[in-house]
Write a protein that binds this ligand. Structure first.
Ligand SMILES: NC(=O)c1ccc[n+]([C@@H]2O[C@H](COP(=O)([O-])OP(=O)(O)OC[C@H]3O[C@@H](n4cnc5c(N)ncnc54)[C@H](OP(=O)(O)O)[C@@H]3O)[C@@H](O)[C@H]2O)c1
Length: 344
């Protein structure tokens, strides 16, 4: 098929593009040309040969829609649809594609799970601006599909890593914790790091997404996409620590205490990672057998860390004393709070 990928050169995007080529599609990407994978330390990760490039900003709606309508694509994959306005623009840009694939997010399911495992059909409870925007876009596409106007497939990735400019942790999105491990400093975790977190390499996710393109059985379906293996936060942190070459030293503290004492460092904990994140992957297993995630975090981590170091993106832990301060005051803070309730 002639497939256009809106985006195409970033984290998950590049995985999708590489896999689409492997599946024999003709691939065009549409992006601004500001992401330079070679410049970002991914020396071997330029856009593969054979990919056609269209330059433009999807926020320049008129130009984006005119460019897309001037082409003849059989399928479109939008990697970077973030709100209802983006989705409505896609409807105008791709009025006649045989297959449209949108990349949503498990963030639309919200924080505390309504049920476990969380499924694509679980209640949507978006809790922040990002999730609200993604959920609103999903609604626009679902309505068009229900009207018979859009042959739609939706993917909801959980955390998908590989080429991102940071490596998150249970508490939040900053990469300083990697320098703490390097220096032998302890890192804070909640629930003793025993909660389940689901994550996946961008190239593995790319195969799953690309394999759906043009598959009639995938039309009308929504798939959560992440690794099949269940892993705890302890596993996650230890896999990164193994790449750093130092053991991770954990200090456990109640989630409420951490969120109250360190709001700027606990964004992910407050939003998602204070609960088990277990997903129903039976739909993707059923319909997309090509999706067989195989890249372990420990395997990819050395390259991810090398790349962040090369770009100076792992802050020096000594410049941020907040975590040491909280660890030092845990005894006092802990007495002010009841013990942590068990999580389902
Ligand atoms: N990564 C995760 O953990 C995760 C989890 C859940 C859901 N998701 C969803 O997965 C999707 C992909 O996320 P990702 O972080 O991996 O991103 P990505 O696929 O790396 O997307 C970035 C791509 O979009 C292009 N781009 C960005 N802004 C653009 C614009 N205004 N106009 C045209 N092209 C533009 C970039 O190239 P230029 O900069 O050159 O334009 C690049 O090719 C997103 O929808 C995200 O919400 C990701």
């Amino acid at each position: 098929m002639r497939v256009v990928v809106v985006g195409g050169t970033g984290n998950i995007s590049l995985g999708v593009v590489k896999a689409l080529l492997e599946f024999g599609h003709e691939v065009t990407v549409y992006n601004r040309g500001t992401t330079d994978l070679r410049g970002e330390g991914l020396a071997d990760e330029a856009l593969p040969h054979g990919v056609r490039v269209l330059r433009g900003d999807r926020n320049d709606r008129a130009a984006f829609e005119a460019t897309m309508r001037g082409e003849r694509f059989d399928a479109a994959v939008d990697m970077i649809c973030f709100d209802a306005a983006d989705a409505e623009s896609d409807l105008r840009a791709f009025p006649e594609v045989e297959h449209f694939v949108n990349i949503s997010s498990v963030a639309t399911l919200g924080g505390e799970p309504a049920e476990l495992p969380m499924a694509a059909a679980s209640p949507r409870r978006p809790g922040d601006a990002y999730a609200l925007g993604k959920a609103a876009a999903d609604e626009v596409f679902a309505a068009a599909h229900a009207r018979g106007e859009l042959p739609l497939t939706v993917f909801m990735p959980a955390q998908t890593w590989g080429r991102q400019p940071r490596i998150l942790r249970q508490l939040g999105f900053e990469s300083t914790w990697i320098d703490r491990i390097r220096r032998g400093l302890p890192i804070l975790v909640a629930h003793d790091g025993q909660l389940i977190w689901s994550h996946c390499h961008a190239d593995d996710a790319g195969v799953g997404i690309a394999a759906a393109v043009g598959r009639p059985g995938c039309v009308g379906q929504t798939y959560i996409i992440t690794r099949f293996e269940l892993a705890t936060w302890r596993d996650y942190h230890e896999q990164i620590a193994s790449a750093v070459g130092r053991p991770a030293v954990f200090v456990d503290a109640p989630a409420d205490l951490l969120i109250g004492a360190w709001p700027e460092g606990t964004g992910l904990l407050a939003r998602e990672s204070r609960w088990n994140r277990i997903y129903d992957l039976s739909p993707i297993r059923r319909d997309i057998p090509e999706f067989q995630p195989k890249i372990a975090l420990a395997e990819a981590a050395p390259e991810m860390i090398r790349r962040l170091d090369a770009r100076g993106l792992i802050p020096d832990a000594r410049s941020d004393p907040a975590e040491d301060r909280i660890i030092a005051s845990l005894d006092r803070l802990g007495k002010e709070l009841a013990p942590e309730a068990p999580v389902a």
